[in-house]
Design a protein around this ligand. Structure first.
Ligand code: NAP
Length: 294
């Protein structure tokens, strides 16, 4: 199969991320067939020119390569289980969901047994990156399959990099999420401190974002905190899922993740308050509620 990206594509998982990713493919003239658990989420994309099928099996029969962007490890495995009976030799499955690296490795083996190819291809850049088509993709798998996946995903990626064999894409995403957690703690702790100190939080945020403390978190989540806009973006529930995967992957390496553990513990407070659907930047409120014990 050619590696020019112009293959017949199937897309499964039309959520916050999958919808704009599929939209970029369609708007760049790719041949896209959709299936989503909730059919209504496909209507706008069908109006833009995508085709709809009633099952993952029908989708597999209709395309050359399948892109998946669902939620957890179990969800990706459930979708793949529905594809496998229909998979033909040479078909490519690309998974953009964030899942456990060892689950990605297992799926790669299942797909290889059908003489298909699998690329674990988790993304970073958030919903903003998906909407702008500027995601970074970490790709794990065989070189030929990764090159094919790069051509297919070009409409929504500013960079796609081959980082190693199956599972390495997800392992890189774990490293990414560890750093994202630290940046989130830094942002929220710093701005809550500024608030407690009676500083102008808006000015503090603006000044800090332009110096050594500046980060993607300051740039993208700083304005959300100032506006108290807790719409995700990336939800607390999704972030907690990723932290659990980071911790499980680190356990297999006998490597501690003290900062990730703290971030996980603090975000759990939001979950207990029924705020799992809020953006992770809502962690700011947890900090505002904190008081020293003395
Ligand atoms: P989302 O908005 O919750 O969408 C999830 C999608 O997966 C929905 O279309 C949902 O179908 C589908 N789905 C979930 N479980 C399924 C199952 N068992 N069978 C079939 N379909 C299933 O999530 P998202 O924010 O787009 O995130 C998708 C993935 O990208 C996650 O792995 C997340 O960690 C990762 N990610 C997210 C971001 C972000 O900023 N949001 C950034 C980087 C990576 P329904 O429409 O029927 O609910």
């Amino acid at each position: 199969m050619s590696g020019n990206g112009m293959e017949r594509l199937g897309f499964i998982g039309l959520g916050v991320m999958g919808t704009p990713m599929a939209r970029h493919l369609i708007s760049q003239g790719r041949d896209v067939t959709l299936w989503n658990r909730t059919k209504s989420k496909a209507y706008d994309l069908v109006a833009l020119g995508a085709k709809w099928v009633e099952s993952p099996g029908q989708l597999t029969e209709a395309v050359d390569a399948i892109l998946i962007c669902v939620s957890k490890s179990e969800d990706v495995q459930a979708v793949v289980n529905k594809l496998l009976p229909f998979l033909r030799p040479g078909q490519l499955v690309i998974d953009h969901s964030t899942i456990l690296p060892k689950v990605a490795e297992g799926i790669a083996k299942q797909v290889a047994e059908k003489q298909g190819f699998f690329v674990d291809a988790p993304v970073t850049g958030g919903s903003m990156g998906a909407n702008k088509g500027t995601l970074t993709i970490f790709m794990g798998g065989e070189t030929e399959a990764v090159e094919r996946a790069k051509a297919i995903t070009a409409p929504f990626a500013k960079r796609a990099e081959h980082v190693g064999p199956s599972g390495a894409g997800q392992m890189t995403k774990m490293a990414n999420q560890i750093a994202v957690g630290g940046a989130l703690l830094g942002l929220c702790e710093s701005l809550a401190f500024a608030q407690k100190a009676g500083l102008d939080v808006r000015k503090t945020c603006e000044l800090l974002s332009q110096g050594a403390a500046g980060s993607w978190a300051f740039e993208n989540y700083g304005p959300k905190i100032l506006a108290r806009d807790w719409e995700p973006g990336f939800s607390v529930t999704n972030q907690q899922k990723d932290f659990l995967y980071c911790q499980e992957a680190a356990k297999d390496l006998s490597f501690p993740l003290p900062m990730t553990e703290l971030a996980h513990k603090l975000l759990a407070i939001l979950e207990q308050e029924g705020r799992g659907g809020d953006t992770t930047a809502a962690l700011y409120d947890v900090y505002l509620e904190m008081e020293s014990e003395e």
